[in-house]
Design a binder for this molecule. Structure first.
Ligand SMILES: NC(=O)c1ccc[n+]([C@@H]2O[C@H](COP(=O)([O-])OP(=O)(O)OC[C@H]3O[C@@H](n4cnc5c(N)ncnc54)[C@H](OP(=O)(O)O)[C@@H]3O)[C@@H](O)[C@H]2O)c1
Length: 328
C-alpha cells in the first residue's frame, strides 16, 4: 500500500521548529504546507526561510487550514496542552514536542480527547526512531548482551544563564528534568519498562525555582537498576550504557545517537554507524506518515500509554523534590 503525502503545519517558530522544518525535506511523502506563529512577521520569516507555503499570524488560523493534515506543536511545554487541544478540536493529527505536557493530569486529558475524537496523537520522542537506537533494540532482543541488569544515561550541558529563558523560567516550565531529563528517563523505560519498584532522586533547585541538576536511581525487579543524571550548569558526557550478563552497549550522545557499539568480554564486537544526512527528526516524521497511511491513531513505537507512564514517573520524581510550577 502506497503511503499518503502528509501536509504538515508547524505551530510555533522557535529553535526546534526550525530544525524540524529542515528535516521535513529529508522525510518521504511530506509537504511543508503552513506555519502558525503569534506574529505575522515571525510566521512570514519562517515560511520564507524554510519554503513553507502559507504563513499565519495566529495558531488558530493554522489549525483551521483545511489543507493541513498533521500539526507539529513546538511551543514551550506549558502551552502544549492548549495547543494540542486546539489542533485536535480542528480535526488534525498531532505530533507534540517533548515533554508532551507539564504533568500526567494534563496528558490524560489530551489523550482522552484524541481517543474520543479518533485522531492521531504522538509525543515527538525522536530518539526512539533513530537507526542506532533501533539497532540497539535488535541487539538486546536477540540476546547479544544476555540479560540486561544495569543502565546508565546522562544528558546535561552548560546552558546560557538567562532567568527569563524557558529553560530556567518556571512560568515557561523550566527545569532540567522536563527538558533534558525526559531522555534518560525514557531511555531507561525503553529497556526496563515503566514500573520501577523504587525511585530515589535528588535535585538542586536553583535561584529561579527550577531544577538545575538531578540524579535519579531507579530500581526494578531482580535487582536491575538505572542511574540517570541531568544538568544545565555543567557539561555531561551524554552517553548511555546498557550492561548485560553477556556484554555491554555504549551509545555516545544517546538522545541524538549516530552510532552504538557492542562489547563482549571488554572487547568491541561491532559498531553501528548511521549515515543520515538529516538532523534526526525525519524518522519520527516518517513514523507519523506511516501511521496515518495505515489508519493508526497512535504509534506502536511511542504509544500514548507509555508516554503517560513516563510522565507519571516524572511527576513522582518532581514530587520528591517538592517542585511545582506556578500554574499547577
Ligand atoms: N526534540 C528536540 O530535540 C527538542 C529540542 C529543543 C526543544 N524541544 C522542545 O520543543 C519545545 C520548544 O522548545 P524551543 O527550544 O524550540 O523553544 P523556543 O526556541 O523558545 O521556541 C518556542 C516557540 O514557541 C512559541 N511560543 C508560544 N508562546 C510562547 C511564550 N509565552 N514564550 C515563548 N515562546 C512562545 C514561539 O513561537 P511564535 O513566536 O512563532 O508563536 C516560540 O518561538 C519545548 O517543549 C522543548 O522541550 C525539543
Amino acid at each position: 500500500m502506497g503511503e499518503r503525502v502528509i501536509k504538515w503545519g508547524i505551530l510555533g517558530t522557535g529553535l526546534i521548529a526550525s530544525a524540524f522544518a529542515k528535516d521535513l525535506a529529508f522525510a518521504k511523502n511530506t509537504e511543508k504546507t503552513a506555519v502558525g506563529s503569534r506574529t505575522k512577521e515571525s510566521a512570514a520569516e519562517f515560511a520564507e526561510e524554510h519554503g513553507v507555503s502559507r504563513a499565519y499570524g495566529s495558531y488558530e488560523e493554522l489549525v483551521q487550514d483545511s489543507d493541513v493534515d498533521a500539526i507539529y506543536v513546538a511551543t514551550p511545554h506549558p502551552f502544549h496542552m492548549e495547543n494540542v487541544l486546539a489542533c485536535l478540536r480542528a480535526g488534525k493529527a498531532v505530533l507534540c514536542e517533548k515533554p508532551f505536557t507539564i504533568n500526567s493530569g494534563e496528558l490524560e486529558e489530551i489523550i482522552q480527547f484524541a481517543r474520543d475524537q479518533k485522531l492521531f496523537l504522538m509525543e515527538a520522542m525522536w530518539t526512539r526512531f533513530l537507526p542506532s537506537i533501533v539497532k540497539v533494540r535488535e541487539w538486546i532482543d536477540s540476546g547479544e548482551i544476555g540479560e540486561v541488569l544495569l543502565v546508565k544515561a546522562d544528558f546535561g550541558y552548560r546552558a546560557q544563564w538567562d532567568p527569563e529563558w524557558r529553560l530556567l523560567n518556571p512560568a515557561l516550565g523550566g527545569g532540567a528534568l522536563l527538558d533534558v531529563g525526559i531522555y534518560p528517563v525514557t531511555f531507561a523505560s525503553m529497556i526496563f519498562g515503566t514500573n520501577p519498584e523504587k525511585i530515589q532522586s535528588t535535585a538542586h533547585i536553583g535561584e529561579t525555582g527550577v531544577d538545575e541538576q538531578f540524579s535519579i536511581l531507579m530500581s526494578y525487579p531482580s535487582g536491575k537498576t538505572a542511574t540517570l543524571n541531568g544538568a544545565f550548569r555543567v557539561d555531561l558526557n551524554n552517553e548511555a550504557y546498557i550492561h548485560g550478563t553477556e556484554g555491554s552497549i555504549r551509545i555516545p550522545s544517546f538522545f541524538s545517537a549516530r552510532s552504538a557499539t557492542l562489547y563482549k568480554d571488554g572487547e568491541e564486537v561491532e559498531t553501528f554507524n548511521d549515515d543520515r544526512q538529516c538532523a534526526g527528526y525525519a524518522f519520527e516524521i516518517e513514523e507519523v506518515g506511516r501511521c496515518l497511511s495505515q489508519g493508526l491513531l497512535e504509534s506502536p513505537v511511542v504509544p500514548l500509554d507509555e508516554s503517560l507512564a513516563i510522565m507519571k514517573l516524572m511527576d513522582e520524581i518532581r514530587g520528591q523534590w517538592g517542585l511545582k510550577y506556578p500554574f499547577e
